[in-house]
Design a protein around this ligand. Structure first.
Ligand code: ADP
Ligand code: MG
Length: 297
């Protein structure tokens, strides 16, 4: 059923011919297409329209901040990128290297290099961080090896990983993120503080080497230490191969990370866009001030 839909859409869906013998793997990444493109996205939950025409393009090497008042639809966008089944996309598209991601399972999205920070928030007693992370990395690496032997040029390693190499890699990334060694042996998210949960996510991101990282900083309960963990992680990891969508309600996170682009969402639409200065303007005027200014214009 799903593959029928995909077959119907591929070929003409993005207006480009499919190459003969092309697979659905990373191989179909076309470097000339935008990496990630949300176009006129409308989405509802329980027949209530939340997103009302979102447009957003992210390329490799770019850090984008998505800001907006509570309830504007920021997390909804993140959930839809992740493939959450409760949301219904009623119009528009999300393309990743030209391919419709709404046709892909959440798992497939992850294997292709889309990382969502809230993807594994659950506590799993009895599973250590190290073994959980090794499973995740193994699965993504295997998919890359099968899809494209030369995936390295697309960012991220495309080699199967041995347990020994995994341990070395984890040590290296933990050192980069200034994490304590004992972290690896703890059970996943069990008794983790807000900051430690963030650390776990950032470590996962470091190991998976995503092409697109979406980090939803849920609006409440993030103390300044947790914000710093996220900021340091993004600053250490973001590079030319990766695009980042950083979702945040508060301007203060942007004191630690300098985004290239800032988008402000209100009532399910992006109503203002600009460079880092927009975040400072927001701090000065507040969402209400910006709203009034928009209404007057
Ligand atoms: P943000 O992350 O910007 O604070 P959300 O995307 O979480 O905003 O929420 C957008 C809107 O969707 C809010 O009005 C919220 O009440 C509504 N919403 C979110 N989840 C549900 C749900 N499960 N059922 C009904 N409405 C929901
Ligand atoms: Mg939210």
């Amino acid at each position: 059923m799903r593959s029928d839909r995909r077959a119907r859409r591929s070929g003409t869906g993005n207006g480009l011919p499919r190459n003969e013998g092309e697979t659905d793997g990373v191989m179909s990444e076309n470097q000339n297409l935008p990496m990630f493109e949300v176009e006129n996205l409308h989405a509802s939950i329980e027949d209530k329209e939340i997103l009302r025409g979102v447009n957003l393009t992210i390329n490799r090497g770019e850090v984008h901040a998505l800001m907006g008042p509570n309830g504007s639809g920021k997390s909804t966008l993140a959930y839809i990128v992740a493939g959450h089944p409760s949301y219904e996309v009623t119009e528009g598209s999300i393309r990743y290297f030209g391919e419709d991601i709404l046709e892909m399972s959440p798992d497939e999205r992850a294997r292709r290099g889309i990382f969502l920070a809230f993807q594994y928030p659950t506590v799993i007693p009895g599973v250590s961080m190290a073994s959980f992370l090794r499973m995740a990395v193994t699965s993504v690496r295997n998919a890359r090896v099968e899809a494209l032997p030369a995936a390295a040029e697309n960012g991220g390693s495309a080699q199967r990983i041995t347990p020994r190499e995994f341990r070395r890699l984890m040590k290296e990334k933990m050192a980069l993120l200034k994490m304590d060694d004992t972290f690896a042996t703890r059970y996943l998210n069990e008794g983790f503080s807000g900051g430690e949960k963030k650390r776990a996510e950032i470590l996962q991101m470091a190991l998976l080497e995503p092409t697109l990282a979406v980090l939803d900083e849920t609006d409440s309960g993030l103390d300044i230490d947790a914000l710093k963990v996220v900021a340091e992680g993004v600053n250490a990891l973001a590079g030319p191969g990766m695009g980042v969508l950083l979702i945040t309600h508060y301007q203060r996170l942007l004191n630690f990370i300098k985004p290239h682009f800032v988008h402000i969402m209100m009532d399910g639409r992006i109503v203002l866009e600009g460079g880092p200065e927009l975040a400072f303007e927001l701090e000065e005027k507040g969402y209400e001030g910006l709203k009034a200014q928009l209404a007057a214009a």
